[in-house]
Design a protein around this ligand. Structure first.
Ligand code: ZN
Length: 270
């Protein structure tokens, strides 16, 4: 059962709008595409957890703090005798593993997902203990993209490879799990600890109203090439159609998200 669903992060929402309405620097564009790709991978992972029939509580996308450090959990599953923690990676293409590190095929060292997992385990465990929960924690790095290959992959690490995902969830679905009130209380506790307004500002480039491209964005592909015909909007790029009213409302909301402090000013322009 999905106890906490996943939402698009504020950072990704804003970057998506800026990508449509201004020219991002190559670095910002890369950051935006990485965020979008990360979410795409997480949603693919969710397509497996959503089908679980065993007694479990699935919590997606938690931002927690422990020892004065905040950390993000991609997904966590509570079953009767274990808490599973997942670090989801949407790496695509060829990579290799050497001396404990991960490299892209062009020899760029990537942030080690096993270290990221270890760090989160070592922060989550004391937090659970502090609140009186002593269930064992079982962390896994999940490479979710079926076009991912890891040469010289290690056998003895907590990794789920793309070819193992179906089997992994089939096994998890077949475990004997009986949840009690304390499991529900644990899920409630974690959701209550979830930080909704992080104090650290996300990695968003500066922008101002005058530099942004105005107009109605397509509700499907976000393009600004939308054509207005009477009460209908039509996107020539993806053929999406909607009423002008809903397109205007959505675009006004976009500007409100981008300029929360200027809510009233923008109504007249968008
Ligand atoms: Zn479109």
């Amino acid at each position: 059962m999905i106890y906490k669903s996943r939402e698009k992060s504020a950072e990704l929402k804003i970057m998506e709008m800026l990508h449509t309405r201004m020219d991002l620097s190559p670095e910002d564009k890369k950051n935006y595409l990485n965020l979008a790709k990360g979410l795409e991978g997480e949603m693919r992972f969710d397509s497996f957890t959503e089908k679980l029939q065993c007694e479990c509580l699935v919590l997606n996308d938690l931002l927690l703090a422990s020892n004065n450090t905040t950390f993000q959990i991609d997904a966590l599953i509570i079953v009767s005798d274990t808490i599973y923690l997942y670090e989801i990676k949407n790496f695509e293409g060829d990579y290799y593993y050497k001396d404990g590190d991960f490299y892209s095929i062009r020899h760029f060292k990537v942030l080690n997902p096993l270290h990221q997992l270890n760090r989160k385990e070592s922060l989550l465990l004391p937090l659970l203990r502090k609140h009186g929960y002593h269930l064992p924690l079982d962390g896994k790095v999940v490479f979710i993209n079926e076009n991912f290959t890891l040469y010289q992959s290690p056998m003895n690490q907590p990794i789920i490879y793309p070819t193992q995902i179906r089997k992994y969830f089939s096994n998890l679905n077949n475990i004997h799990s009986k949840l009690h009130k304390r499991h529900k209380l644990l899920a409630e506790k974690l959701v209550s600890l979830h930080i909704t307004n992080p104090s650290v500002k996300p990695n968003i480039p500066p922008y101002d109203y005058t530099q942004l491209r105005k107009g109605i964005s397509c509700g499907h592909c976000k393009s600004l090439s939308v054509l207005v015909d009477g009460r209908k909007c039509f996107c020539p790029k993806c053929k999406h159609e909607e009423t002008v009213a809903s397109g205007v409302v959505r675009s006004a909301r976009e500007f409100q998200t981008l300029f929360p402090e200027k809510k009233n000013d923008n109504k007249n322009h968008s």
